[in-house]
Design a binder for this molecule. Structure first.
Ligand code: N01
Length: 549
């Protein structure tokens, strides 16, 4: 086994203490790597530490929105809701950090500003905002995929004199909205969750909608002791089911096409899965809602009929019904009373597709010639997804080239979203081109893959792993091909979906995620491992044995 260089401060530095960072720290510690996690926030939890907006909760169910690798955590943590609130998920991650004794290797309030690869020393030098420089052999990003919040380019955005918040940066102490006139820009998954919660508090509420969404309403229940008992007895099977599902959910993939059943039977199936709620509708009705435009249009028509049933004002119902793209064109958001919130008299839907927002003023939002006066303006305007956190800081590889420049000049390239050519011993948890999925599943499987890969590298005197150019070309092609066959491509373009990069002005249209299915992706990861990491070893020291780990 390679002698650990005591010249370096650490064997591994992980950036980010969210779901990824905690799992990776635990797994790298298990193989004896001196590992530290650096996080700029003052608490663990990543996304769940900062997204504290009213109504925030998981879209996936508790049973598979959690780690399965720790028996202690499985046995001792008690979920209380089928779709846990953001506060509950944050408490869970804090529990994990305590129970697995992770905190002693986590440095909070430590924001990474740059990381530079020193080729001569085969070492990464990580620079923090405080001017500290830390050295490590392995650098791992757990910085999150939907973490680089974006504000819209609307004239006057800085002029507003009232309170202004982004959902992804909600104040920890909360915001008192009672008696206030509140405006919301953005009705993606975040906006859809915040609407009923704000409607319950605000005096007047204006929802500025540019593109409506197909929201699958969700029935939330309390988790009973029996549910927990069942889960503890079946945890591995639940997890395996999720790992084998294209979208990482513990559900049976549907077997039939929406086109091969009678209209009555189709309506019955849609209805029954709608009543089950949430991703059951998206995943369990038919097998082609994400691959066949006609099937996706049938699901769209069903949801439009539901909107018309729920929303009492027909004009509002029609405005809430997407017509310019079909189901799956955007990441399917789950609702908890979203549509019915528009039946409340003080909730006003403002259509900014037909009459755009022209400015944000000192007093509010101007739509066409109408100014809506507000006390509070909320932005639920999304993220520079997948690449944003990685290109915001300087990650500098061979020859002084940043990851930002590499992707801007060569297009988005990686090997399985794990490594990039030019960046030796740099690894990404949920890098771009990883599966479009319930993310906890690829996070955990990725941490376990990394554990085996680095144990093998250490045992075989591998100086560095680095994606070959060929492996990147292959994976880019595979990612694009897998995506282009889906409704997410044809409809996502129309809907300006973040998974195509369409939501950020100037960002090239490229698949930011792998649409070929989580289970297919995991097979590729296994094949890479079984090949002795062939696609990562092109310039590394000669391995001594492929099975020494
Ligand atoms: O962001 P989004 P999000 N003028 O990009 C609007 C995950 N997530 O934060 O569609 C007016 O989806 C924009 O309008 P349009 C999940 O993966 C998970 O909601 O471009 N409007 C859109 O309505 C999700 O997909 C969970 O016309 C403007 C909205 O802002 C991802 O995060 C919860 C505008 C942005 O929607 C992102 O969701 C929440 C402008 N200039 C989020 N610019 C859970 O699992 C933007 N918009 C619990």
């Amino acid at each position: 086994m390679t002698e650990r260089s005591t010249d370096r401060d650490y064997d591994a530095i992980v950036i980010g203490a969210g779901f990824s960072g905690l799992a990776i720290l635990h797994h790298l510690r298990e193989i004896g790597l001196r590992t530290v996690v650096l996080d700029g926030e003052d608490g663990v939890g990543g996304t769940w530490h900062v997204n504290r907006y009213p109504g925030v909760r998981t879209d996936s169910e508790y049973s598979y929105y959690s780690y399965s690798f720790s028996k202690e955590v499985r046995e001792e943590w008690n979920w209380t809701e089928r779709y846990p609130s953001g506060g509950e998920v944050l408490a869970y991650l804090n529990f994990v950090a305590d129970r697995l004794d992770l905190r002693r290797d986590i440095r909070l309030n430590t924001r990474v500003e740059a990381a530079r690869y020193d080729e001569a020393a085969n070492t990464w030098v990580v620079e923090t905002a405080d001017g500290e420089r830390l050295t490590t052999k392995y650098l791992v990003s757990g910085m999150g995929v939907l973490a680089e919040a974006v504000y819209p380019a609307i004239p006057g955005i800085d002029d507003f004199q009232g309170e202004k918040y982004h959902t992804a940066r909600w104040p920890r102490e909360g915001v008192d909205l009672s008696g206030k006139r509140v405006g919301l820009i953005g009705v993606g998954a975040s906006g859809i969750q915040i609407v009923p919660a704000v409607a319950a508090q605000a005096e007047e509420f204006f929802v500025f909608q540019r593109t409506p969404n197909f929201v699958v309403e969700t029935n939330n229940d309390a988790v009973s002791d029996r549910d927990l008992e069942w889960l503890r007895a079946n945890y591995d099977a639940v997890y395996e089911k999720a790992a084998n599902h294209p979208f990482g959910v513990a559900m049976e993939p549907a077997e039939h096409s929406a086109l091969e059943v009678s209209p009555e039977e189709r309506r019955r199936i849609f209805e029954s899965k709608w009543n089950e709620g949430g991703f059951h509708f998206a995943n369990e009705c038919f097998n082609d809602l994400a691959t066949n435009h006609e099937a996706s249009e049938l699901a769209s028509e069903f949801i439009r009929s539901k909107i018309a049933e729920i929303v009492t004002d027909p004009a509002t119902a029609e405005l809430l019904s997407p017509r310019s793209y079909s189901f799956n064109g955007k990441r399917v958001p789950t609702g908890h009373g979203y549509y019915s919130a528009f039946n409340r008299e003080h909730v006003h839907l403002v259509d900014t597709a037909s009459t755009p927002i022209t400015a944000i003023t000192e007093r509010g939002v101007r739509v066409g010639d109408t100014e809506y006066e507000l006390d509070v303006l909320i932005f639920a305007t999304g993220f520079d997804a997948m690449t944003g956190t990685l290109t915001k800081i300087d990650i500098v590889g061979r020859g002084g080239r940043t990851l930002r420049d590499k992707w801007a000049e060569d297009g988005l390239k990686s090997n399985l979203g794990i490594n990039a050519n030019g960046f030796p011993n740099f690894f990404m948890s949920l890098g771009p081109q990883t599966p479009y999925s319930n993310l906890v599943v690829p996070i955990q499987l990725g941490a376990q893959w990394l554990q085996r890969a680095l144990a093998w590298a250490e045992a075989n005197d591998v100086e560095y792993f680095e994606a070959t150019p060929e492996s990147e070309d292959w994976w880019r092609e595979e990612t694009e091909q897998a995506g282009r066959g889906t409704v997410m491509y044809s409809e996502g373009k129309k809907a300006k979906a973040w998974f195509l990069g369409e939501n950020i002005p100037g960002k090239p249209e490229e698949f930011q995620v792998y649409m070929g299915g989580g289970q297919v992706y995991q097979r590729y990861c296994r094949e890479l491992e079984e090949s002795g990491y062939a696609a990562l070893l092109h310039r590394a020291a000669e391995p001594t044995s492929a099975d020494a780990a």
